[in-house]
Design a protein around this ligand. Structure first.
Ligand SMILES: C[S@@+](CC[C@H](N)C(=O)[O-])C[C@H]1O[C@@H](n2cnc3c(N)ncnc32)[C@H](O)[C@@H]1O
Length: 316
């Protein structure tokens, strides 16, 4: 496993949640909460926060007087408004009561820190007019600022074109890998999403990362997804799962053990057959969620022994 980077995490990255709470990273352990965007002294709080924590990639230490805030990322959440209806999502799709104030305050914070990159995530930001327009304004004001999002990408031609203008990086969440599965899991149109994905892919302006969210009802589609994703020159491939994955099935039953065993064989076959391609990416290219990794017996030892080394990692 690669060595952890030791740094003052919140001097490099901030995560701003839906309720305006500010954290040093996307994992948001409660003890790492720094404050809220509406706190009058939020900038002081960020500067003075002492957060000691560790994840699989970083070890966060106290700032010294010589450390300066130089944000590489601000990752923020907007309302939960979304056009999809995912079986695993229990969020209210209502807009935020203070959406305009929330967006305005986010803009102030971005203006203050001028981070290298922002990562904006809904709900579904591609269907949220105010949040989407704010990204247009940001892009106009800071054309060199990297802008990324996670989306279901199920939008019309015009919105896709607009998205292509402003986003540098897009991760596409997929809760299935065929038409019927998409309808059942997300109530979305698989063909539309695949057409949109391939349009962006062929135009080569946006860095794309396909992300499969595994559930018991779609796990058999995971090998097909990986097979497809490995044919593409994409930034990253996510083999992830819904948060409640471990509780969603009696995974230790004989039937599930048989199914998992067959899927493991297919996934490992794909990884090993495509080892050269994966290693050539020279970065963390495949991210697998620990729950899924455990079900498929993909361990750190397996990753190391197959020579996938730093190109595949078990996400924390
Ligand atoms: C709720 S989604 C909303 C963003 C966007 N509409 C999308 O489809 O990715 C935000 C993030 O949660 C992930 N996600 C969606 N449902 C999830 C679930 N039940 N458990 C864990 N992650 C989930 C998505 O892949 C994405 O990374």
């Amino acid at each position: 496993m690669a060595e952890k980077t030791v740094r003052v995490c919140h001097y490099h990255k901030l995560k701003i949640c839906y309720n305006g709470d500010v954290y040093p990273c996307c994992i948001t352990p409660p003890y790492t909460r720094i404050g809220n965007i509406f706190d009058a002294d939020i900038y002081e709080k960020i500067k003075n926060a002492k957060i000691l924590c560790e994840c699989s990639l970083y070890k966060s230490i106290e700032p010294t007087k010589d450390d300066k805030i130089n944000l590489k990322y601000i990752h923020y959440e907007t309302s939960n408004t979304c056009q999809a209806s995912c079986v695993c999502c229990y969020q209210s799709k209502e807009p935020m009561p203070n959406e305009k104030e929330h967006l305005a305050r986010l803009m102030e914070i971005i203006d203050y820190y001028k981070p290298e990159n922002i990562f904006a995530i809904g709900g579904e930001i591609l269907v949220q007019e105010d949040a989407f327009n704010m990204l247009f304004d940001l892009h106009k004001k800071y054309p060199n600022m990297g802008i990324g999002t996670i989306t279901n990408l199920c939008v019309g031609e015009q919105r896709l074109k607009q998205a292509e203008q402003i986003f540098d990086k897009i991760t596409v969440s997929m809760l299935g890998f065929n038409k019927q599965s998409y309808k059942i899991h997300m109530n979305l149109d698989f063909d539309k999403v695949m057409n949109n994905f391939m349009t962006l892919y062929n135009n080569k302006k946006v860095e794309l990362s396909p992300k499969f969210l595994t559930m018991p009802s779609n796990i058999v589609e995971l090998p097909e997804f990986l097979k497809w994703a490995l044919t593409l020159d994409v930034n990253k491939i996510y083999l992830h799962n819904v948060g409640s994955f471990n509780q969603e099935a009696d995974w230790n039953s004989k039937n599930w053990q048989n199914i998992l065993c067959r899927i493991e064989k297919q996934i490992k076959g794909l990884l090993e057959d495509n080892k050269g391609l994966i290693v050539s990416k020279n970065r963390h290219f495949i991210s697998i969620h620990p729950f899924l990794a455990q079900k498929l017996n993909i361990t750190e030892e397996y990753i190391k022994s197959t020579g996938l080394g730093c190109n595949m990692f078990i996400a924390s």
